[in-house]
Design a protein around this ligand. Structure first.
Ligand code: GLN
Length: 328
């Protein structure tokens, strides 16, 4: 286990992070995603955990500098960007905010509106990619990548080979996009929307990057390490709300109860957690459970939530100081 130089070994947060790491290391259940060869070739033993505070301190343990593809973790940030660019009303007219209770790649839509249930499943994220493509045009990927890089405080790039495989084999996602186009949720050409979606899934990040990106959301859209305003305040609020109820796919209900923080996972093994105004968590471990969530990542975040009292409804969280005064 390597502990990076930025850490103070006697710091209670560092100690908690190391304990979460050690407690999760033995969890060797689950399996690598294997729908494309690149993901099936990843070293299954890799495991990294990072915590970045809203005041700009970073704690790390394990493989926090190993690159992997962001996959569905991108959905949270793309949604945030779409909200900012065209407004919540327009986005909501095309993508709902209801948990689907079904798998991330389910071919299903809200029976009443015929819109995707939410932006954290593929159907919703493909629609969001359509919105971004519409606003930014042919330069959409570069523009979004720039934003993600500002959030990560590092120039991120595309894993070309994952992108090619996603694009070559993504027939199910294309089928979803065609149905969205038929129902009117997707206004843009199918190929434009799915191409951007595949690229966004194929952005290379590390666990350290994810923690900084999550801390940017925790810090109301401002990167706490650079002071750069990356995301709009109101868009962050709405994004965290949807991450809270839908970020862990059909495990979201259990997650809210047991961990209680907005989160988003991806089939590359990445996972973020956001503790509003406090900190961002980034985890990487590529073995996935049957829902498509990182086994060790889920375990580690649950452990940290319990240990550090991060659950939104933790009894020790006293809430708004303004309301507290009224109750006094
Ligand atoms: N590229 C994957 C897909 O579209 C992303 C899904 C995920 O990370 N859950 O199926």
């Amino acid at each position: 286990m390597q502990v990076s130089a930025e850490n103070l070994n006697n710091d209670p947060i560092q100690i908690a992070l190391q304990q979460a790491y050690e407690n999760s290391l033995s969890q060797t259940g689950g399996a690598l995603a294997d729908y494309i060869p690149e993901l099936a070739r990843v070293d299954p033993e890799r495991f990294g955990l990072a915590l970045a505070t809203a005041k700009g301190r970073l704690y790390t343990v394990g493989d926090v500098d190993i690159p992997f593809t962001i996959q569905s973790v991108s959905k949270a940030f793309s949604y945030c960007l779409a909200l900012e660019l065209v407004g919540a009303q327009e986005v909501r007219s095309r993508v709902g905010v209801e948990p689907s209770g079904d798998a991330f790649n389910a071919i299903e839509f809200d029976p009443v509106t015929r819109r995707p249930f939410n932006p954290m499943v593929n159907a919703g994220a493909i629609t969001v990619a359509g919105v971004l493509r519409d606003v930014y045009g042919a330069q959409a990927f570069e523009k979004v990548l720039e934003k993600f890089s500002l959030a990560a405080n590092r120039p991120l790039d595309l894993d070309e080979s994952v992108y090619r495989s996603e694009a070559e084999t993504g027939h199910r996602n294309r089928a979803i996009a065609h149905l969205l186009r038929a129902s009117g949720a997707l206004a843009e050409p199918v190929e434009d929307a799915v191409d951007l979606y595949f690229r966004l899934c194929s952005i290379r990040v590390t666990a350290r990057d994810l923690a900084v990106m999550a801390a940017t959301l925790a810090n109301m859209g401002e990167n706490p390490f650079t002071g750069t305003e990356v995301f709009d305040l109101r868009a962050v609020r709405d994004t965290l709300a949807v991450m809270f109820s839908c970020g862990m796919y059909d495990y979201s209900g259990n997650w809210i109860c047991d961990v209680g923080i907005p989160a988003k996972s991806g089939v590359g093994g990445g996972l973020i957690g956001v503790v509003n105004r406090q900190l961002g968590l980034g985890a990487f471990s590529p073995r996935l459970d049957e829902k498509g969530n990182s086994v060790r990542g889920v375990n580690a975040l649950q452990w940290l939530s319990n240990e550090l009292g991060l659950h939104t409804f933790e009894c020790t969280n006293s809430g708004s100081s303004f309301v507290e005064q009224l109750l006094a």
